[in-house]
Design a protein around this ligand. Structure first.
Ligand SMILES: C[S@@+](CC[C@H](N)C(=O)[O-])C[C@H]1O[C@@H](n2cnc3c(N)ncnc32)[C@H](O)[C@@H]1O
Length: 346
């Protein structure tokens, strides 16, 4: 597909003036105002006209959104909380040949049905190479028929819908959002419903990205590593130096690519795994044996489950929490889930 030309990018100094960004002022948000960088992020996320939907969280002034549209995405839904960015996003949407829809709202609390409904209102542009299915039927028209008949997102073909979730997430909401999405992915809820094939390319502060991808024995290993790696294959796709952001933050950043595992280590809800990971990582310097004995003292009813877990796994209880494998903590979480036992948040 040849995307319609988007309006020229305003000079960066105008973006800085319009959005009140100043190199001297410390903002809680850090923006990317270099199109080469956002193009590279879109490339690493493998955005193409073949995707059924791209969801971008926190587009801000919309530079990454431009790169997503320039990469040929046919349906882009952006979710932005800050109304200052609405005029710039509206300008992009108008120039996008009906490929972009804007939701002003908080991604933490938004009902994902609104995202899927917004996607359904976007027709597939006529003449795009991927707008017709194998029967020659226009995919946008097929979607419109489906959406008016039934207000639920349906794959456009018999195949699964491919959805890409992108965002440069602000520090304060990055971890809660990712945990929320992983839990929804595990339960196939929201945009992760049914057979949708959702991959996520999310930008974090470098330390958070390293935590998510940290393998056993890595100093950044955390609850987020366990939760992410229980259900997804994760890797750092792209590193960005702090100098590409305005204003320049103190730390570098990285884009993490998440792809759902064919066989998640934790089937169903991730709630028990979150409890287990939180419990053990709260005392990360202690050995697994120390933490496990303490748990057995706190909750005597859990002792038989812990004994069974150790006996079956043959786990080395002299390891420190950060050395433990995701499989090991998932094995305990599965047992607690089966026994419907909740461990305390101490
Ligand atoms: C770090 S800036 C990134 C902006 C732009 N994507 C970029 O890379 O330059 C984060 C953006 O997310 C938005 N944002 C923050 N919290 C949000 C939330 N809970 N839901 C939706 N957007 C949010 C902010 O208003 C801001 O525009």
């Amino acid at each position: 597909m040849i995307p319609k030309k988007l309006p020229p990018l305003p000079p960066i100094r105008d973006l800085i003036r319009v959005y009140g960004l100043s190199a001297n002022q410390r903002f809680s948000q850090n923006f990317i105002l270099d199109k080469n960088v956002t193009d590279t992020i879109a490339q690493h996320a493998k955005i193409s006209a073949k995707d059924d939907l791209v969801v971008e969280v926190g587009p801000g002034p919309g530079l990454l959104t431009r790169s997503i549209l320039d990469a040929g995405a046919r349906r882009v839904v952006v979710v932005e909380k800050d109304p200052r960015f609405l005029p710039a996003l509206q300008q992009l949407s108008e120039a996008s040949d009906q490929r972009m829809s804007i939701i002003m709202g908080d991604m933490l609390t938004i009902d994902h049905a609104a995202i899927l409904e917004a996607a359904q209102t976007l027709p597939s542009p006529p003449g795009s190479i991927s707008s017709a299915n194998d029967n020659g039927q226009d995919r946008g028209a097929a979607l419109d028929q489906e959406s008016s008949a039934n207000n639920v997102w349906k794959p456009m073909d018999s195949q699964r819908s491919t959805i890409r979730l992108l965002g440069n997430l602000p520090f304060g909401v990055a971890s809660p959002l990712v945990i929320q999405w992983l839990k929804m992915m595990a339960l196939r809820k929201g945009i992760f419903q049914a057979d949708n094939n959702v991959s996520m390319s999310l930008m974090f502060q470098k330390e958070v990205a390293e935590g998510i991808t940290a393998r056993p024995n890595h100093s950044q290993r955390s609850r987020l590593s366990i939760m992410s790696q229980s259900i997804c294959d994760v890797k750092i796709a792209y590193r960005l130096s702090s100098g590409v952001f305005v204003p320049k933050p103190k730390v570098d950043a990285a884009v993490v690519h998440f792809v759902k595992k064919a066989e998640p280590l934790m089937p169903g809800s991730l709630d028990k795994l979150e409890d287990v990971a939180r419990y053990y990582f709260n005392k990360r310097r202690k050995t697994m044996g120390n933490n496990t004995n303490r748990l057995a003292r706190l909750m005597p009813e859990v002792k038989p489950i812990l004994d069974e877990w150790i006996a079956e796994g043959g786990w080395d209880m002299n390891m420190r929490t950060q050395e433990v494998s995701t499989e090991q903590l998932c094995a305990l979480a599965r047992k607690l889930d089966h026994a419907q036992i909740k461990i305390p948040l101490t």
